[in-house]
Design a protein around this ligand. Sequence first.
Ligand SMILES: C[S@@+](CC[C@H](N)C(=O)[O-])C[C@H]1O[C@@H](n2cnc3c(N)ncnc32)[C@H](O)[C@@H]1O
Length: 347
Amino acid sequence: MDNTNPSTSAVASRQQSERILKYITNHWLSCCVYVSARLNIADILSDGPKTIDELAEITATHRPSLYRLLRTLASDGIFEESAPGTFSITQAATALRGNVQGSLKAFVLAELGDFYNPWGQLLYSVQTGKIAFDHYHGMNLWEYYKTHPEEGLNFMKAMTDLTQVMNQAVAEKYDFSTFKTLIDIGGGNGELMFSVLKATPGLNGIVFDELYVVEQTAARIKAIPDIAGRCSVAAGNFFEQVPPGADAYMMKYILHDWHDEDALKILRACSNAMKTGSKILAIDAVIPQGNLPHGGKLMDVNMLVVTGGYERTKEEFSSLYEQAGLRFLRVVDIGLTELSIVEGEKI
Ligand SMILES: C[S@@+](CC[C@H](N)C(=O)[O-])C[C@H]1O[C@@H](n2cnc3c(N)ncnc32)[C@H](O)[C@@H]1O
C-alpha cells in the first residue's frame, strides 16, 4: 500500500515539473538574450537610458515587438524599464556590451547564433554519432569560419573574452620558466601566449594558427611593446606540420575539437617536431568518473554537436599521448572552471 501523504507527493511532483519547465523557459530566455546582443542593445544603453521609440529607430526594429522583448529581459534583471517605456542597462547586462572587461557578447553571438541551428539537430548527432553542425551547414566549423570570416573573427574574440581569466591562471599555475621557446598550437588571437610571456621574462613564443587568424594576431603583437620582441606568428595546418624544435608545445581547447583519429594527427605532428624531453601541454577539461557535476560534461555535448570532438578522461589523454610517441606525465589543476593542463613529454 502507498502510504505517501497526497499533499507531499503533489508538492514533489510540482517541484519536478518546475525543474523541467525551467529548461524550457531558459531556452526561450537565451533566444531573447541572443537577439538583444545582435541588436547591440547593451552597447546602445551604455551611455544612458533610451525610450522604446529611440531604441526601435536605432535598431530598425518593430517597436511593439522590441518592447515585448525588452520587457521580458527586464523581468529577469537583464535591462530595466526605469520609467514607463524607457530602458536602462543593468549590472547583469554589462557582459553583453562589446568592448568591456569580461564581455561575453561575442560568445553569445557564436554559441546562440552560429551554433543555434546545429543544437536543434542534437537528436541527429545522438542517433548517428555524426556532427550536427556539418549536417546543418554542409561544411565543418573551420571551413564555415574560413568562408565566413566575420563570424570567424567573432569566434576568435569569443574565445579570447571567455578565457581571459583562464589564461592568467595557466600562466600562474604552471612553471614556464624552464623553457626558452614555447609554441601555442591553434593559438588564435594569441591571448594565452601573451599572458604566459608577460608572466615569464626571457621566454620566446610563437603563435601557430591558420593564415587568416595569425594575420590579426601579428597586428595585436605589435601593439604590446613588452612582448613584441619575443613573440612571432607562424601559419599552417596543424594536421600536417608545426614549427620544429621548441621546448614546449601548448594547445588550449584544441584536442577537444577533434575525435581521436584527428587528435592523434595533431599530436603526431607535434611529436615529429619535438626534441626528446620537449613538453606537450594540452589545456582542456579532464572529465571525472561518475555523476560528479563538471563543466566539461555539458561542453562535451557542445563538442558532439559543433565539432565532433569530445572532452576526455585522464586515461583517454594518456592513451592518446602514448599512441603519438609521447609520455603522459600528470594533470595540473589550474584551480578554475573545468580546465586542466595535461602534461606529457617527447620520449
Ligand atoms: C577552439 S579555438 C582555440 C583557440 C585558442 N587556443 C584559445 O583557447 O582561445 C581552435 C583554434 O584552432 C585553429 N585551427 C583549426 N583548424 C586548424 C588547422 N587545421 N591548423 C591550424 N589551426 C587550426 C582555429 O583557427 C582556432 O584558432
